[in-house]
Design a protein around this ligand. Structure first.
Ligand code: SF4
Length: 368
């Protein structure tokens, strides 16, 4: 958020609809004024108080003085031919990434929940940046606000939000859950609970809490179903090994009745042989889950590669023959580094190195 360090004002997006009612009530305003504001923000998705034309000028002035309405600045925007827009946003102490993904009939937004991440998954650019800080609920919602402003000019609305950007949302539990509640609240943005996905690397205690705290879709980044391999790829597995993760998922499913999505990145010579497919089938036994297979997106500085098409087919067929649907998902926006943390990592590299000739991506970053 572009809020100066000295700005101690409450951000408008940190107020729930009932919080707005209370505030305006405390100011002696009639109840319908708060309802007008709720309509501007949550129905019309208007995030500038100056544009709230049916509010009296004196109230708009007070709102702009006493609340912060700043949204993060877009440091760079990279659009790819397949409909992805990667946004790099300013924030206090670091940069935040959001990605807009345009499809026929729907528009998704991938949001970040932290600046950096402390979980250090070995295949992830964000993990290499280390942890800087948690984002507030308002900062998570600000990413949605900015994306809405962009896609509204194209006649679209953000219909899906996935917490798959920088950071582990369940490590920033209260703020992530607060943002989900606002995105799905009937009196707030009102997105379908099926269209808002919390994605976790497997924080078992928080998965148990989620079952009763919030309604949203749950995705788990699994990437290996054998403890030694998963710990190598995702150190969090040492703290919450597969048996504990599975028990938490079973509990979640018993309480919510919801299907779980398992995300599985396929990495060449690492986790995509028939042996790992067997491990995965064993792990899934007793769970109602669908599996998304994502071929690793090779990039400089990472010790991993994309598997061959044959490896992908063999792994997928092994699951399909055991009645486990596992579509292969290809990342949109490869040309703009749309995997989590890649753009922020590139930006840091760019800022500390001399650009190469013909390096269009880096040049765009510098000029932006
Ligand atoms: S994959 Fe997710 S949890 Fe793992 S380091 Fe990257 S951002 Fe953090």
């Amino acid at each position: 958020m572009q809020t100066p360090a000295t700005d101690t004002r409450t951000h408008a997006l940190s107020l729930t609809p009932s919080g707005l009612l209370t505030l305006l009530n405390d100011w002696g305003e009639p109840g319908f004024r708060a309802r007008q504001m709720v309509e501007w923000i949550y129905s019309k998705r208007v995030f500038s108080v100056d544009a709230m034309s049916n509010l009296p000028a004196a109230l708009r002035l007070r709102l702009s003085r006493e609340l912060s309405w700043d949204l993060p600045q877009i440091i760079s925007r990279l659009d790819s031919a397949d409909g992805a827009s990667k946004l790099l946003l300013s924030s206090e102490r670091g940069l935040i990434e959001s990605v807009i993904l345009r499809y026929e009939g729907r528009t998704s937004l991938c949001v970040s929940s932290q600046v950096g991440c402390r979980l250090a998954c070995s295949f992830c650019q964000t993990g290499r940046l280390g942890f800087v800080r948690h984002l507030s609920t308002a900062e998570i919602l600000a990413q949605y606000a900015i994306a809405e402003q962009i896609v509204q000019t194209e006649g679209r609305r953000i219909s899906h939000v996935v917490f798959m950007g920088m950071g582990e949302p369940l490590d920033n539990y209260d703020n992530a859950v607060g943002a989900v509640n606002r995105l799905t609240g009937k009196d707030a943005f009102g997105l379908s609970v099926r269209n808002v996905t919390l994605s976790t690397s497997g924080l078992a205690p928080q998965i148990r809490s989620l079952a009763t705290d919030v309604r949203a879709a749950l995705a788990v980044s699994l990437h290996a179903a054998r403890d030694d391999l998963r710990t190598e790829l995702m150190p969090i597995n040492k703290r919450y090994p597969l048996a504990e993760l599975k028990s938490a998922l079973m509990h979640y499913q018993q309480v919510t009745g919801d299907k779980i999505t398992i995300e599985y990145i396929l990495i060449r010579d690492k986790n995509c042989s028939v042996r790992e497919a067997k491990d995965l089938v064993r792990f899934l036994h007793g769970l109602r889950a669908k599996v998304n297979l994502i071929p690793f997106n090779s990039h400089p500085g990472m010790p991993y590669d994309r598997p061959s098409d044959e490896d992908i087919r063999t792994f997928q067929s092994y699951l399909a023959e055991r009645s486990i649907p596992a579509p292969v998902r290809y990342s949109k926006g490869l040309e703009v580094s749309a995997a989590c943390g890649q753009l922020a990592a590139k930006k840091l590299e760019t800022l500390t190195s001399i650009p190469k000739r013909n390096d269009v991506l880096n040049r765009n970053l510098i000029l932006s």
